[in-house]
Design a binder for this molecule. Structure first.
Ligand SMILES: O=C(O)CCC(=O)C(=O)O
Length: 254
């Protein structure tokens, strides 16, 4: 057990059982802290290059307006843009866990680095990944959220609505000035308990594409950086996506 009473899986069998029951499950120690430090170094180099090359329009979407200085909120598709992350996404240590959850033969369709700087990172509104992706089989999509830094309640770890993967995909809307920021409206979230899922550095929180999740501000002196790989079983297609996804970015890893 970690702080906040969230269970981490003992082994792969336990991971699958927790995932099927709750719609999410955490495995500690998938990657070493040293590998996460190397990931952070790569992300910092990439951020510097990206900020220098960014248009004014992209800055409005990718830069964290609340943070001091120019700090990115997110970067898209490290699995194709950075060799380090291509290797991480293809590592048997994670691919074998993903296959245990959704079945054999998987690809990464989309990926994101999420940055929450000390006292700067804003909240990520409640959503279900499968509203975005519109897959042909809802059980064929799993997000592997890798903690590059330790994530806990204080620095804005993910929170999940337990067993919401067994419920419907809820309608999402976006604020007019942020059309990509699709989210579940507050009245639809009323009464849904969102349980924190702390993850140690190098651990992975896996969530089903139908599981409602959210993250709060970073209220600590520490960074909270994470890499999310969205894995899809190879027979699944995004038949009714809410946003356009570029199929040339699909990385088959098994
Ligand atoms: O890291 C976050 O705050 C949001 C992550 C998320 O929404 C996801 O991985 O699907």
């Amino acid at each position: 057990m970690l702080a906040n009473d969230v269970m981490t899986a003992r082994d792969t069998k336990d991971l699958v059982a927790l995932y099927e029951e709750d719609g999410h499950a955490t495995k500690a120690g998938v990657f070493t802290p040293e590998r996460m430090d190397a990931a952070i170094a790569d992300v910092i180099a990439w951020s510097d290059e990206a900020i220098a090359a960014m248009s004014e329009k992209d800055r409005r979407w990718f830069v964290d307006g609340a943070a001091k200085g120019t700090v990115l909120r997110k970067l898209d598709n490290p699995h194709t843009k950075r060799a380090f992350f291509t290797e991480l996404a293809s590592d048997p240590a994670i691919v074998e866990l993903v296959e245990a959850l959704v079945g054999k033969g998987v690809s990464v369709y989309f990926s994101q680095i999420f940055f929450k700087p000390p006292h700067g990172g804003g909240p990520k509104p409640a959503h279900q990944d499968n509203f975005y992706f519109g897959p042909s089989d809802h059980d064929g999509v799993v997000t592997a959220w890798i903690a590059l830094d330790q994530a806990d309640e204080e620095n804005g770890c993910l929170r999940y609505g337990r067993a919401t993967h067994r419920g419907p995909i809820i309608g999402h809307t976006a604020p007019q000035d942020r059309p990509f920021d699709l989210q579940i409206a507050a009245p639809d979230m009323a009464g849904m308990e969102m349980r924190p899922a702390p993850v140690p550095k190098g651990g992975v929180s896996f969530h089903h594409g139908g599981t409602v999740h959210v993250s709060a501000d970073n209220n600590s002196e520490r960074w909270r950086r994470a890499c999310a790989f969205h894995y899809v079983r190879n027979d699944v297609v995004f038949s009714h996506p809410a946003l356009p996804y570029d199929h040339s970015l699909v990385l088959r890893v098994s």
